[in-house]
Design a protein around this ligand. Structure first.
Ligand SMILES: Cc1ncc(COP(=O)(O)O)c(C=O)c1O
Length: 440
């Protein structure tokens, strides 16, 4: 893979701040956008900025929107291997199993609010869910609609399948909702084994694939997963774009209520009668959509496909192993979360500093570790608790210990890793409250 040619397609990588190149290591939060995605978004606004929606706008612009949305949905269908529509629906949608959402969070909420839970049902997660796959279940529990249970997940290989079996046997779990690749530590769920066991006990499975899609090959039919939430802005797509994949049979269930209803979801309405809804995916996509975002998301998936997810995975894992080697001499300064083998952490390196209260004064601002790396070396990483506060609270790692997450994607190179390691070395060598100059 020619990384330099690939990097040239990401205009943000050409930026310099304070006269120095930037090092972007925050792709687990948001990936950068290639030219083809920017052009796809721009082309909508420039060339056909109209509304689509099942051939309602029968003018040229409307048809072009419908065609572009169709193509985007088909790209995503192909990418995750969702089932194609039957011939009755093929003209209007390539699949009934791909629903556009604003993000993975909304996709999970569609399931949380729509799934027809029986009374007394339980939802099982892991102990390290992103807040987006935790709060919806905690809210439902507070409303008395489900019980929320969790399982100690371990780091990938040491996931406790026998404990999963015990819970599934003992508890009325109707939905297992687990993070596929953890944004906390990069560890991967043994998804196939979890799905098989859940199904054997009559439970459905939702995978939070916000960190796995675009990093590892995904085949929803081979996995036999029931629901999957994807974050397309973590896959080079425009901001505010996501996907809910769901098996058609589940979306067809009239008891599965959409999060929103209204325009574009109905075949007909009449006063004094309930609306006559369209089938999926349209019943779940109320109102005019983010057409530019959807079209850009389709371009992003085509871009990833043109490189190949396996190649991206190889590149990211090899680079993460390189990062691990580079920071090895500093290892007494921090605890590293996740699998020991960096190549198993899906591009994520999360450090928890042993020293407490790592702060410095950069000119007049008192800033923490992540901001020091940024101000000193243009190295952009994530600080804080990565929306996994619940795991940190339970782990006993104090709030006052600084955390830092570097996350890689296809456009990162060894220079980025070298700059990160050097900046980290300078960081751990700092005295507290040291005055630092800003970048020139
Ligand atoms: C594991 C995981 N789940 C869910 C989310 C939420 O994704 P989104 O921003 O698309 O809602 C994230 C975002 O960081 C994540 O890492």
């Amino acid at each position: 893979m020619d990384i330099e040619a690939l990097r040239a397609q990401f205009p943000a990588l050409k930026r310099q701040i304070g006269g120095m190149p930037i090092v972007y290591l925050d792709s687990a939060c948001m990936t950068l956008k290639p030219d083809c995605v920017i052009e796809a978004v721009t082309s909508y606004y420039r060339d056909f900025p109209a509304c689509g929606g099942l051939g309602r706008s029968m003018h040229s612009f409307g048809r072009e929107v419908d065609e572009a949305v169709y193509r985007a949905r088909e790209a995503i269908r192909r990418f995750i291997n969702a089932r194609p529509s039957d011939s009755d629906w093929l003209d209007v949608t390539p699949t009934r199993e791909v629903i556009f959402t604003r993000n993975a969070t909304e996709a999970i909420n569609v399931v949380a609010r729509g799934f027809p839970f029986r009374e007394g049902a339980a939802v099982l997660t892991t102990d390290r869910e992103h807040n987006s796959n935790l709060c919806p279940w905690q809210d439902l529990e507070a409303e008395g609609r489900i019980r929320h249970l969790w399982l100690d997940r371990g780091c990938g290989d040491d996931f406790d399948l026998s404990e999963l079996d015990r819970i599934l046997e003992r508890e009325p779990v109707e939905l297992v909702s687990m993070v596929h690749v953890s944004n906390l530590d990069g560890s991967e769920l043994p998804a196939a084994a979890v799905i098989e066991r859940a199904h054997a006990h009559g439970a459905r499975v939702l995978l939070d694939a916000a960190q796995s899609a675009g990093h590892l090959p995904i085949d929803v039919q081979a996995l036999d997963v029931d629901f999957m939430a994807l974050s397309l802005h973590k896959m080079c797509g425009p901001t505010g774009t996501g996907i809910l994949y769901a098996k058609e049979e589940l979306l067809e269930d009239p008891r599965f209520r959409p999060l929103l209803s209204g325009g574009d979801t109905v075949a007909d309405t009449a006063l004094g009668q309930p609306p006559e809804y369209l089938g999926p995916p349209f019943r779940f996509e109320a109102g005019l959509q983010d057409y530019a975002g959807i079209i850009g998301a389709g371009a992003a998936v085509e871009f990833i496909e043109s490189i190949g997810v396996e190649r991206i995975q190889q590149h990211v894992n090899a680079l993460n192993a390189y990062v691990a080697d580079k920071i090895e001499p500093l290892k007494d300064e921090f605890d590293l979360l996740g699998p020991e083998d960096a190549a198993m952490r899906n591009g994520i390196t999360t450090l928890v500093f042993r020293r407490r209260g790592m702060v410095a004064l950069v000119e007049e601002d008192l800033v923490g570790a992540a901001a020091i790396l940024d101000r000193q070396a243009n190295v952009m990483v994530r600080g804080g608790e990565f929306c996994v506060h619940s795991w940190f609270a339970r782990s006993g790692i104090g709030r006052e210990r600084e955390k830092l997450r570097a996350s890689l994607y296809v456009y990162n190179n060894r220079d980025d890793c070298d700059t990160f390691a050097e900046a980290l070395e300078r960081l751990v060598g700092l005295d507290e409250y040291q005055m630092l100059p800003r970048l020139p």
